[in-house]
Ligand binder design. Structure first.
Ligand code: FAD
Ligand code: GLY
Length: 375
């Protein structure tokens, strides 16, 4: 294979797919290269929460990015369905961030006040109000932060829909092909070296998730990232036990269609081991039973694990490498890569097209933070 493209994207997860979709839509000749199958890693493991207000509790660039991305989902769901035929499973029934201790109750009330000042909708529910929404929740819960606009999607469907829509717009999807190196000439990226040959392109975008840092390092380019494993399991009931996503420190429950309930997730740093451990699952099960006692009678379905890509400063990397012209990187989306995927695709495409962007916001995710390229 010795083909030539405008852009070659390394990694067919949700972020590679989103960028491929945005660029193909704008007329770029794109190749999306995936070493295994599309959306087989973190983007398959994810619970699909769009937890802008639930997961991100401080004001700052990441919160702003997350709010912008969350707002893109309704139109995107329609566009992706139209192009790919895939329903991304967007559900907008809100999330409940529950307090199990007085300290959490105090903390969540402060977050409510901050988010309201920032113009977001959220309110505190006392236990009796909470029970009206979700009668199966435990009596041990001291109340909840209600976040009506944090929805959820099916993460694997979203990831597949991006890639298939990109293909419909002209992108080449190349699976079972591993990128092993970069073609760099005088500090400029000219393409990638794969296990099946070279692919030439004016721009190379690395979206290899938790494996991005490793791939770059093997080629002498350092970015400061590390993997964080997450394990989940799912159960089935005939009648859904909950309607809204329930989020707490160390355990969340996400109701999916057909009576499926996803419970996640563990957080294990610095490992690429994708096996599910008994210790991880039993801890999640104990927490889930405290929150939702009726889960005990649900039918077991399956368990799985995925590897989140995290950066040393906790912010994603979205931009062009300062030392290699044409080498772009979009990774480090950590716990929120599904939520942030629409805006990641949009921003990279805008930057490549040299369209006006919110430079102040983007600076926070760019290589201007020198810490991310220092060992
Ligand atoms: P990935 O999905 O990991 O994709 C990278 C791709 O690159 C892979 O397919 C891989 O095979 C490929 N690749 C790697 N190396 C190469 C190479 N050399 N050549 C070619 N291809 C290569 N986020 C949310 O927003 N909401 C959630 O509810 C949520 N829940 C989560 C639950 C769990 C258990 C986990 C693990 C993560 C969760 N996340 C969630 C985070 C989210 O899944 C990730 O941030 C996101 O999927 C990262 O997407 P990505 O495309 O960057 O990476
Ligand atoms: N955002 C949920 C997780 O990463 O587990």
């Amino acid at each position: 294979m010795n083909k030539s493209y405008d852009v070659v994207i390394v990694g067919g997860g949700v972020n590679g797919g989103s960028i491929a979709f945005q660029l193909a839509k704008r007329g770029f000749k794109v190749a999306l290269i995936e070493k295994d199958q599309l959306a087989c890693k973190a983007s398959h493991a994810a619970a699909g929460m769009l937890g802008a207000q639930t997961e991100l509790t401080e004001d700052g660039p990441l919160f702003q990015l997350a709010r912008k991305s969350r707002a893109m989902f309704p139109a995107l769901a329609d566009e992706l369905r139209e192009l790919s035929g895939i329903d991304i499973g967007l559900v907008n029934k809100g999330m409940l961030k529950i307090a199990l201790t007085p300290e959490e109750k105090g903390e969540f009330k402060k977050i409510i006040s901050l988010q309201r000042q920032l113009g977001e909708e959220t309110s505190w529910l006392e236990p009796e109000e909470l029970k009206k929404y979700e009668p199966e929740l435990s009596d041990r819960i001291l109340g909840a932060m209600y976040i009506p606009h944090d929805g959820q999607v099916s993460a694997p469907d979203l990831s597949m829909a991006f890639a298939k829509a990109a293909a419909v717009m002209g992108a080449d999807i190349v699976e079972y092909t591993e990128v092993i190196g970069f073609i760099l000439e005088h500090g400029t990226a000219k393409g990638v070296i794969t296990n099946t040959g070279n692919i030439y392109a004016d721009k190379v975008i690395v979206t290899a998730g938790a494996w991005s840092g490793r791939l770059l390092k093997e080629n002498g380019i350092y970015i400061s990232t590390y993997p964080v494993k997450g394990e989940c399991f799912s159960v089935l009931t005939h009648k859904p036990l909950i309607e809204k996503t329930i989020f707490s420190h160390g355990c969340y429950l996400v109701p999916k269609k057909g009576g499926r309930l996803v419970v996640g997730a563990t957080m294990i740093k610095n490992t690429f081991d994708e096996q599910v451990s008994l210790g991880g699952l039993s801890g999640l099960m104990e927490r889930a039973k405290v929150i939702l006692p009726a889960i005990e009678k649900a039918k077991w379905e399956k368990a799985w694990a995925g590897i989140r890509p995290q950066t040393e400063d906790g912010l994603p990397i979205i931009g062009e490498h300062p030392e290699y012209e044409g080498l772009w990187i979009a990774t480090g989306h950590y716990r929120n890569g599904i939520l942030l995927s629409p805006i990641t695709g949009l921003l990279i495409a805008d930057l490549i097209e040299r369209k006006p962007v919110d430079e102040k916001l983007l600076r926070a995710f760019s290589f201007e933070r020198s810490s991310i390229i220092q060992a």
